[in-house]
Design a protein around this ligand. Structure first.
Ligand SMILES: O=C(O)CCC(=O)C(=O)O
Length: 270
C-alpha cells in the first residue's frame, strides 16, 4: 500500500500509524477461521496469572500463540503479502526482515489485556524506529473490548521494564498513561507501531471474543544482537528476498489468494 508523505511523517514523529482499511473481508474471515482452528486444537495458551507472575488465573484469560508460523500456512504466508511488504518497507527501509509473529485472543467478558511495554525492551535494536509491529484487528477492536493503546512519541525514551505480575512471562513498564491514545479499528484494520512505542491492550468487557495478530519486522541493519524468537527470519525485500521460496519452497507473495481460499475451505469442511 502506497503511503502518503503525511502518513510516513506521522510514523516518524508519533511512532505509530493506523490504516483502518487494510485487509479485505475474505482475508479477515480466513484469519478468524485459522484462529478458530488454533483454539480447537489447543494451541492458544493462557498467559494471564493471578498476579504473582506464575500461578495461572482462573478468572482471566489472555490467550497467546507465539510464533504462529510453524503451525499455520496462512500465518506463514501473511508477512509476504505484497501490501504488507510495501507498507512496512516505506516505514523502516530496506532490506525488511520478518522478526516475529504472534496472536493474542481475549475471550468475551474475562479477556485480559497485555500491560504497557515497548517491544524494544525485548528486542533491543539500536534504532527503535527501524523496527515495527503491524498489529491487525482480527475482530472490530473498540474501547469496550480493550483495543490497543499507544503513547505518541514514546519511542524517544526507553522506559524501565520489570516482570509483569499479571503475565507468566511478560515484562512491563509504567509510562505516563494520561498521554495514551486508544486506536479503535474495524476488523481488517491495522496499526503499525515502532519497536520503541509504548503500547498496551485492555480487558475485554464485551460478550464477544477479540483477537489481534502482530507481525514484527525490522530493517536488516538492526539485526545484530536481537534475541532470536523465530528459527526462520525471512527477508521480505532486498536481494535476498524470494517471496518465501528460499525459506519455505513456496512463493507466498504470488499465491496468497490461494492460501486464503484454501484456509477457508479447510475450515468449512470441519
Ligand atoms: O494484542 C495484545 O494484547 C498485545 C499485542 C502486543 O503487545 C504486541 O504485539 O507487542
Amino acid at each position: 500500500m502506497k503511503l502518503s508523505d503525511a502518513q510516513i511523517q506521522q510514523f516518524y514523529e508519533q511512532g505509530y500509524l493506523a490504516l483502518p482499511e487494510f485487509w479485505d473481508k475474505t482475508e479477515v474471515a480466513a484469519m478468524q477461521a485459522e484462529i478458530e482452528r488454533f483454539k480447537q486444537i489447543g494451541l492458544l495458551r493462557n498467559v494471564a496469572t493471578d498476579g504473582d507472575g506464575k500461578t495461572h488465573s482462573s478468572t482471566k484469560a489472555n490467550l497467546q500463540l507465539c510464533p504462529m508460523s510453524p503451525h499455520s500456512e496462512f500465518y506463514r504466508a501473511m508477512p509476504f503479502v505484497p501490501k504488507v511488504v510495501e507498507t512496512v518497507s516505506q516505514l523502516i527501509g530496506d532490506p525488511v526482515v520478518l522478526h516475529l509473529d504472534q496472536v493474542f485472543l481475549k475471550p468475551g467478558l474475562h479477556g485480559s489485556g497485555t500491560n504497557w511495554h515497548q517491544d524494544n525492551a525485548y528486542f533491543k535494536i539500536p534504532n527503535p524506529l527501524r523496527g515495527t509491529a503491524l498489529w491487525t484487528a482480527v475482530h472490530d477492536a473498540t474501547l469496550a473490548n480493550g483495543t490497543i493503546h499507544v503513547i505518541p512519541g514514546s519511542f524517544r525514551q526507553a522506559y524501565e521494564h520489570s516482570r509483569d505480575p499479571e503475565s507468566d512471562h511478560h515484562i512491563r513498564c509504567y509510562p505516563p498513561e494520561d498521554q495514551a491514545v486508544p486506536v479503535e479499528l474495524p476488523a481488517g484494520g491495522v496499526v503499525l507501531f515502532a519497536y520503541g512505542t509504548a503500547h498496551c491492550t485492555r480487558g475485554n468487557t464485551t460478550a464477544k471474543e477479540r483477537a489481534g495478530v502482530a507481525l514484527h519486522f525490522l530493517n536488516a541493519d538492526q539485526m545484530q544482537n536481537t534475541s532470536g524468537f523465530m528459527a526462520v527470519r525471512p527477508y521480505l525485500t532486498g536481494t535476498e528476498a524470494s517471496g518465501g521460496v528460499n525459506e519455505y519452497g513456496v512463493d507466498y507473495a504470488r499465491t496468497w489468494n490461494h492460501v486464503v481460499s484454501r484456509t477457508l475451505e479447510v475450515q468449512s469442511a470441519n
